[in-house]
Write a protein that binds this ligand. Structure first.
Ligand code: HEC
Length: 141
């Protein structure tokens, strides 16, 4: 099995096991992803009080109340688009990084030896889905 195929399947596997065993897993991939890339603005607990938040024009929103603000249901599709970056806020400029682009660049650096021989879109999707699953666990805290 080629390196890229292997790491893509590892990620897919990690994602599925993350979805099922997320609470018990020693390595909580969604939590790690969140703490590495999101907590600086949104805070370790997701409430929007990260150290970089003060430097932004718009304070980062509290991510623990997203379901509550949407009649108890986490709006997965909308959040996926916000995180991926395909959609822009209705007004104003966007302060949050465009994660679809960031992840593509990051994956390409980590998988340099694969020379583009991997499914870049699938890797980005996997990372965003891990985050959404973690955000789901943060609701109502
Ligand atoms: C540089 C600071 C910063 C970082 C890092 C950051 N965000 Fe944000 N985020 C914001 C800001 C500010 C907003 C409000 C909209 C805007 O101005 O872009 C926001 C909005 C959001 C929203 C939209 C909430 C809603 O109700 O529409 C979600 C979801 C979100 N961020 C998730 C994440 C995730 C997941 C990560 C990590 C991969 C992350 N953010 C990293 C600053 C950040």
């Amino acid at each position: 099995m080629k390196f890229a195929t292997l790491s893509a399947s590892c990620l897919a596997l990690a994602m599925c096991s993350g979805l099922v065993f997320a609470q018990q897993a020693k390595t909580d991939m969604g939590k790690r992803e969140f703490e590495a890339n999101c907590a600086s603005c949104h805070g370790m607990d997701g409430r929007g009080n990260g150290p970089l938040g003060n430097l932004l024009r718009v304070g980062p929103p509290d991510l623990t109340q997203l379901a509550k603000k949407n009649q108890g249901i986490l709006p997965m599709n909308r959040l996926y688009e916000v995180i991926e970056g395909g959609t822009v806020a209705a007004h104003g400029t966007r302060d949050m990084p465009i994660w679809g682009r960031e992840y593509r660049i990051d994956d390409a650096e980590h998988l340099k030896e694969a020379r583009g021989n991997y499914d870049a879109n699938a890797l980005v999707r996997a990372r965003i889905l891990l985050l959404l699953e973690y955000l789901n666990r943060l609701q109502g805290r």
